[in-house]
Design a protein around this ligand. Structure first.
Ligand code: HEM
Length: 299
């Protein structure tokens, strides 16, 4: 936020000569105020975003009145604390009506263009034109600086509130989540060890006589182990800041179902159970397909 008008003037090398020159331009500004207000309004109407704000927030008469006053205020030659306060109020009015800051910049560009054109057509002397142009640029830029800082003020307010939260709650929550993820990695490592045990036991079974059952069960355990590796890998990536991949989890369930179907076949389960498992696998396959399609569309 700009603290005082004197600081603002210093930032822009705005001198008493600039103030005098702007005052000299007042008759010209008065003469062309209607054209400026009309062009300003036309510009706002030409952009769908600003036209929508206008339709929602105010009337043409009010807008023209405000813009005319502001425009003539540029050339009064008095730029004091009251003037700074007035420009700040304009900035806050725009934040309030939800006008994106880039439209303030763009509208100011239109005003600048209008004034440059007017000066160019009015004053034949090159040096005089340059001096007027420079003074106009300074006052427009000072206005812009104050108006846009209103948006920054709003941002700062938001950051201030969340910063206090961040320092306590958010940091704590982040650490807690990180801790939980670590526990999850450890748990996954434990379960993976269990799956290795299962794989070994299935292999042993095949030596004990039931070769077919042993091999099929071992195959199922291997599939699960493979998915456990994927899960662990995914979780480690997550811990390192990567994104969570839901597909891996669906894959794990699919593999578990495949294993269950293999075992169910060996157990000679009734047809109902086998049909149930097959349909579940089919549904999971469809879910997997849809999720992976959605993920690809996002990339
Ligand atoms: C150079 C840029 C602009 C200047 C200097 C300017 C000037 C002003 C002024 C002086 C006010 C009155 C503030 C008050 O005292 O309450 C105002 C309000 C407003 N301005 Fe702007 N404006 C600019 C750009 C725009 C643009 C691009 C829009 C687009 C929609 C816009 C929409 C509004 C609206 C909706 C209000 C509130 C009107 C009301 O209260 O009825 N302004 N503006």
């Amino acid at each position: 936020m700009t603290n005082s008008i004197e600081v603002l003037k210093r930032h822009y090398f705005f001198s008493d000569d600039d103030a005098v020159r702007l005052r000299e331009l007042l008759p010209l500004a008065e003469q062309y105020q209607q054209q400026m207000v009309d062009e300003f309004y036309e510009y706002i109407q030409s952009q769908p975003e600003t036209a929508a704000i206008l339709a929602r927030q105010t009337t043409r008469e009010r807008m023209n009145h405000f813009h005319r006053l502001w425009f003539l205020g540029l050339f009064q030659g008095i730029y004091d604390e009251a003037y700074l306060h007035h420009v700040r109020r304009i900035g806050h009015a725009h934040v309030r009506v939800g006008l994106p800051v880039n439209f303030v910049n763009a509208a100011m560009h239109q005003v600048r263009h209008f004034m440059h054109q007017l000066i160019h057509e009015t004053f034949p002397d090159r040096d005089q034109r340059r001096d007027y142009r420079e003074s106009v640029d300074k006052i427009l830029d000072m206005n812009l600086s104050v108006m846009t800082s209103s948006y920054r003020d709003e941002e700062m307010k938001k950051v201030f509130v969340s910063r206090r939260l961040e320092s306590g709650l958010i940091q704590l929550a982040e650490r807690f989540t990180y801790g939980l993820n670590l526990v999850l990695v450890l748990a996954l490592a434990g379960v993976s060890t269990g799956v290795v045990g299962l794989f070994v036991s299935d292999i042993m079974d095949s030596f004990k006589g039931d070769v077919e059952k042993g091999i099929l069960s071992a195959l199922g355990a291997m599939l699960i182990l493979w998915m456990m590796i994927e899960l662990l890998d995914n979780e480690i990536k997550n811990l390192k800041g990567g994104s969570f991949n839901i597909l891996v989890f669906i894959g794990v369930i699919i593999v578990a179902m495949v294993r269950e179907i293999l075992i169910s076949t060996l157990r000679h389960d009734d047809q109902k159970t086998q049909a149930f498992l097959t349909i579940t696998l089919l549904v999971l396959g469809i879910v997997y397909f849809l999720v992976s399609k959605a993920q690809k569309a996002k990339e």
